[in-house]
Design a protein around this ligand. Structure first.
Ligand code: F6R
Length: 258
C-alpha cells in the first residue's frame, strides 16, 4: 500500500483531488466509487474547483456510492442522496442517470443489493474507489466482524458509529440503526482505491488497518490485500503508524510503491 502523509487536511484533499482528476482525464468514462461523511468534503471541493476552473468533465463518468441509511427517503437532509447532491452532484456536470446511490427505502433488500452489484458489473466495474475510515476501522458501513468476502447488503450499525454520526442529526435516537452498504469484497474489486483519513480520532484505526493483521475486526485492513491502494493521511491520522519514517522516505524517492 502506498502511504502519502500531508501537512494538513487541505493538502491531503488536494493531493487526492489531483489523483481523481488525473483518472477522469485519462478515462473520461471512469467508474468512480464515492463515499460520504466529513472526510471527502475537501476532495469534493477540489473536484468542483477543477470542474469550474479547469473544465474537468464528468459528463461520461458513472458514480456508485458506498452506502445509505435505511429508512431515510432521498429528500431527507441526512440521507446520503441529499449529501451527494449538496456536496458534489449539483456542482459538476455528472449525468443524473449515471449516479447510483443505494436506496434506503426498499421492500426487498436481497434483490435490491443484487441489482446494485449487477449495475456495478454492467458499468464495467469500479475503476477508482474513494474511501473514508470509521473510528472502528470500517470502510463503507462494514462494521467490525463483517465478512471480508461480503457483498452489498444490509448491515446493523454499531453503537460507536451511531454515536459518531449523531452530530448530523437533531438527536442521537434519530440516527438509523441499519444501512445498506457495498461489501468488503465489492470494495476490493475496485481497480484502484484511495483511502482518506484525517484527525487524531482516526489514528488508531489507521494504524490497525494499515499495519496490523488483516482482520474482519478492522475491515479497512482488508485493503492490505488490494494491489493498488493509496492512503492519503494528515500527520494526526498517521501518528500511530510504526513505519512513519519509511513512508516519508518512500515519498522523498517519489517512487510509486504499492
Ligand atoms: C460513508 C462511509 C463511511 C465513512 C466513515 C468516516 O459513505 O462509507 O465509511 O467514510 O464513517 O466518516 P467521516 O468521514 O465522517 O469521519
Amino acid at each position: 500500500m502506498k502511504v502519502v502523509i500531508e501537512d494538513s487536511y487541505r493538502a491531503l484533499s488536494r493531493a487526492a483531488g489531483v489523483a481523481v482528476a488525473r483518472n477522469v482525464r485519462d478515462k473520461p468514462d471512469l467508474v468512480l466509487g464515492l463515499a460520504t461523511g466529513s472526510t471527502p468534503l475537501g476532495l469534493y471541493r477540489e473536484l468542483i474547483r477543477c470542474h469550474r476552473e479547469e473544465g474537468l468533465d464528468f459528463r461520461h463518468v458513472t458514480t456508485f456510492n458506498l452506502d445509505e441509511y435505511v429508512g431515510l427517503p432521498v429528500e431527507h437532509p441526512q440521507s446520503y442522496h441529499a449529501f451527494m447532491r449538496e456536496h458534489l452532484f449539483r456542482h459538476i456536470n455528472v449525468s443524473p442517470e449515471k449516479t447510483y446511490v443505494p436506496s434506503g427505502m426498499c421492500e426487498d433488500y436481497v434483490s435490491y443489493c443484487r441489482w446494485y452489484e449487477d449495475q456495478i458489473q454492467a458499468a464495467g466495474g469500479i475503476d477508482l474507489q474513494i474511501l473514508g475510515i470509521g473510528r472502528d476501522g470500517h470502510i463503507g458501513f462494514n462494521e467490525p466482524g463483517s465478512s471480508l468476502g461480503s457483498r452489498t447488503r444490509l448491515k446493523t450499525l454499531t453503537a460507536q458509529t451511531r454515536k459518531d454520526n449523531a452530530r448530523f442529526f437533531e438527536s442521537p435516537e434519530e440516527v438509523p440503526r441499519f444501512a445498506v452498504t457495498m461489501g468488503v469484497a465489492t470494495i476490493l474489486d475496485a481497480r484502484q482505491v484511495l483511502l482518506l483519513a484525517n484527525g487524531k480520532k482516526k489514528a488508531k484505526a489507521v494504524a490497525r488497518s494499515l499495519e496490523g493483521p488483516v482482520s474482519s475486526m478492522w475491515t479497512a485492513s482488508a485493503l492490505q490485500m488490494h494491489a493498488d491502494t493509496t492512503a492519503f493521511l494528515d500527520h494526526d491520522a498517521a501518528r500511530k503508524l510504526a513505519h512513519l519514517e519509511y513512508y516519508d522516505w518512500v515519498q522523498q524517492q517519489s517512487q510509486g510503491d504499492n
